[in-house]
Design a protein around this ligand. Structure first.
Ligand code: G4P
Length: 528
């Protein structure tokens, strides 16, 4: 039997964070190529556009040219098992992305050399910061004219507040791009469009002192490079493993994903230095990956991936122990044993039945709505993993039904779709309204489309006087009762039965908070 601690130690589970268009899809595809997971560059991209959609509602995603769902891709590389958790790229799907980031051990940040640090990168970085997630950086599109590398590092340091440790350094850029220098090994890798797929297929010099380098890039450029390297080595931070693991320093790589240049240097460094699964906190104790009993938590639910089966798949990140096909696991929230019969892995992005899986891996569990985001699994111990937040939505709409006889289906549809986590569903205490909250407007279109497609309900969403929501906590029963009486008009219940204050305006929220000092208003709710 494989040793759990050895299997855990060779896992690298990560996500790519970037602003749309920086090159995440392209880089993903190249990484899979190195992992031998795909034969042809282009297949990740073509999935978006040409391959038949997995289910009908994904037609919407295709129409919009965005990725609504995130998937998991596993590939072996250099003796390691790499799990790449895809994050939805569109700005509207924030919450889903945030939760994916709770399931990874590190992240890779992609920055466009011409655009530098962009708005979405800043937001994602804030999320990584909550857990001190270690981050590597890839500055992409070096084959195009961009900003000066030193400028970019300055920007990362000042805007994102993380120190940069360049590991590779570019020789030229755009038309003048000649290659990169590996600052730790000293090697020079030349840029030769159409080549560079493997080391064997690249021209590599042992150092910048190799006489052939001057012949290839010219004396002037070499002199410029020497000067720049001196400056960089004087001014930047040397790579420091501990600072990287603590999320205080980011190793930086330069390259061009579309030309597959600089990518293998990144991947080699990544599998060597990125963290294996680390201990995880629960409400009762810290779980070590090498423990022999299986534990894990659900960070994502996706319904109806296959319209033939109308199944729901819960994505569980394994935190300890070994998963074996057919084993029974304890579903902590319901207190029931669940047989994990045909769990899925996502090897090369195609779903396959998995026999075994280890800490860091993600498995997909079929279910009919019994499993929710944030649920924990174990082999009997009643532990609950913490840190999987439910964010207060920022946009609210009232569901309007065209056919009143379909109210029951509407209820069911809204409740089930909100279980996936992208939207939240509220019922005010004092009215029969059904209110949907989301982080982005596009979600309402997605829900309307899916209600029709999957539940046969024709509904639309109209504006409602709700500006923001807060989960209410109060230990004192009397204070809570008084609060309920006084504010019944603005209170509702969420899908999990929790009390929520639906504020008609920010000012109203502030006043309500000031007038109820004994009551706590939470902007996030931990899945419990
Ligand atoms: P995303 O997932 O982060 O949104 O970015 P994606 O990989 O889709 O890349 C966005 C665009 O940038 C694509 O061009 C892609 O080809 C291009 N790109 C990615 N890496 C590089 C690079 O290293 N150099 C250059 N010059 N371009 C790069 P597109 O025109 O939107 O799509 P396509 O028609 O080229 O596929």
């Amino acid at each position: 039997m494989p040793d759990v601690s050895l299997e855990a130690a060779r896992r690298r589970t990560f996500a790519i964070i970037s602003h749309p268009d920086a090159g995440k899809t392209t880089l993903t595809e190249k990484l899979l190529l190195f992992g031998g997971a795909i034969q042809l560059a282009g297949s990740v991209k073509s999935r978006k556009t040409t391959r038949s959609a997995t289910s009908d509602w994904m037609a919407l995603e295709k129409e919009r040219g965005i990725s609504v769902t995130s998937s998991v891709m596993q590939f072996p590389y250099a003796g390691r098992i790499v799990n790449l958790l895809d994050t939805p790229g569109h700005a509207d799907f924030g919450e889903d992305t945030y939760r994916v980031l709770t399931a990874v051990d590190s992240a890779l940040m992609v920055i466009d050399v011409a655009k530098g640090v962009e708005e979405r990168t800043i937001k994602l970085m804030e999320v990584c910061r909550l857990r001190d997630t270690p981050i590597m950086t890839f500055i992409n599109k070096l084959d195009r004219e961009g900003r000066s590398p030193i400028d970019l590092l300055d920007e990362v340091e000042s805007v994102l507040g993380i120190r940069c440790a360049p590991v590779t350094w570019p020789i030229g850029m755009g038309q003048r791009l000649k290659g990169v220098v590996h600052l730790l090994s000293g090697e020079v890798h030349l840029y030769e469009p159409g080549r560079n797929f493997t080391r064997q297929d690249s021209t590599i010099f042992a150092s910048i002192d190799d006489p052939q380098l001057e012949a290839r890039i010219g004396a002037a450029m070499l002199a410029e490079l020497r000067e720049e390297l001196e400056l960089v080595q004087g001014a930047s931070h040397p790579f420091d493993q501990a600072a990287y693991l603590a999320g205080r320093q980011t190793p930086v790589f330069f390259g061009s994903a579309v030309n597959n240049f600089g990518v293998q240097l990144l991947l080699d460094f990544f599998v060597e230095h990125a963290p294996a699964p680390r201990p995880r906190a629960t409400t009762t104790r810290e779980v070590q990956p090498a423990e022999d009993k299986l534990t894990g938590f659900v960070f994502k639910i996706q319904a109806n991936m296959d319209p033939q089966h109308r199944d729901r798949v819960a994505f569980m990140r394994i935190c300890s122990g070994e998963f074996r096909a057919g084993m029974k696991a304890f579903h902590v929230r319901s207190g029931k044993e669940v047989k994990l019969a045909n769990a899925l892995t996502f090897l090369a992005s195609d779903r396959e039945i998995v026999e075994t899986a280890y800490p860091g891996d993600v498995i997909g569990i079929h279910n009919h709505g019994t499993i929710s985001i944030g649920d924990s699994f174990s082999e009997g111990e009643p532990l609950q993993f913490t840190g999987i937040p439910n964010f207060a939505p920022e946009l609210f709409r009232r569901a309007r039904l065209r056919d009143p006889l379909k109210l029951k289906q509407l209820h069911k549809g809204l409740a089930q779709l909100s279980e996936e986590g992208a939207t939240q569903f509220f019922r005010p205490l004092m009215s029969n309204d059904l209110i949907l909250g989301a982080v982005g407007t596009l979600q309402f279109d997605v829900v309307a489309y899916r209600l029709k497609d999957e539940y046969g309900v024709d509904a639309s969403f109209e504006p409602v006087q709700v500006a923001t929501a807060r989960w209410i906590r109060c230990d004192d029963a009397r204070t809570l009762e008084e609060f309920r009486d006084k504010h019944a008009l603005h209170l509702g219940i969420d899908a999990a039965g929790e009390l929520v204050y639906l504020a008609p305006s920010r000012v109203n929220l502030q006043l309500a908070q000031e007038r109820a000092p004994g009551v706590t208003f939470l902007a996030t709710r931990e899945h419990a």
